[in-house]
Design a protein around this ligand. Structure first.
Ligand SMILES: O=C(CO)[C@@H](O)[C@H](O)COP(=O)(O)O
Ligand SMILES: [Fe+2]
Length: 224
């Protein structure tokens, strides 16, 4: 069974000189969420933005601001991202030794708690954390950069996590290499939140609406 799909464009693929306008354009184009990739040049080999950028973007985002923290350590920054207006804060299992405490801190800050797992992390790592989780993020590429190809073995992981979640109210997000070619199999495996950077931003602003519609239709099994 496939679920209704949420499309979360990643502004990592947007125009960094005009990100407020990009967020407004995404809302007009029918995006459900905006996904903000925070990278520290340490946990991942790339640097992007911090809480000040999130606070500046917040008024330009309609609906959910989905903040993906690829930083270590993470706990000291949760308050700042919550203050910046994040709705979902996702931390990586691999980012520190006390992920259970991190997830609790995210909820205590008033946000939905997301737990991301890198491609090399097995599903056992999340099995005892589900009570603290509102969203599971399966990294379908190695984190750090947009525009990579989906790692095919991640489909099995998505399927296994969907079974593990059972009827808990946990969103199952996939992040990396989501495209018209991969969206259907990801949705069939059980993903219900699709992060997409290059697949949404390709072709420029006049293509955003078309790209989002096509991704949604591909994921839900409707002809684009
Ligand atoms: O977190 C990340 C990369 O680390 C992602 O959110 C990417 O930004 C997705 O980009 P595409 O693979 O869709 O181009
Ligand atoms: Fe991401």
């Amino acid at each position: 069974m496939t679920h209704a799909v949420t499309i979360a464009p990643s502004i990592l693929s947007g125009d960094f000189a005009a990100l407020g306008g990009e967020c407004r354009a995404l809302a007009e184009a029918g995006a459900d969420w905006v996904h903000v990739d925070v990278m520290d040049g340490h946990f991942v080999p790339n640097l992007t933005f911090g809480p000040q950028m999130c606070a500046a973007l917040r008024p330009h985002i309609q609906g959910t601001m989905d903040v993906h923290l690829m930083i270590a350590p993470v706990d000291a920054y949760i308050g700042a991202f919550a203050q910046a207006g994040a709705d979902v804060i996702t931390a990586h299992h691999e980012a520190g030794p006390h992920i259970h405490r991190t997830l609790q801190a995210i909820r205590a800050a008033g946000c939905k708690a997301g737990l991301a797992v890198n491609p090399g992390t097995g599903i056992d790592a999340v099995a005892h954390l589900l009570d603290e989780v509102d969203l599971l993020c399966v990294m379908t590429v190695n984190p750090g950069f947009g525009g990579q190809s989906l790692i095919p073995a991640m489909l099995d992981k998505v399927r296994a996590l969907r079974a593990l979640i059972a009827d808990r109210p946990i969103r199952l997000q996939v992040d990396g290499g989501v495209s018209l070619k991969t969206a259907r199999s990801l949705a069939q495996a059980g993903a219900d939140v699709m992060v997409a950077g290059s697949a949404v931003f390709q072709g420029g602003p006049e293509a955003y609406g078309r790209n989002i519609r096509a991704l949604r239709e591909a994921a839900q099994g409707v002809m684009a």
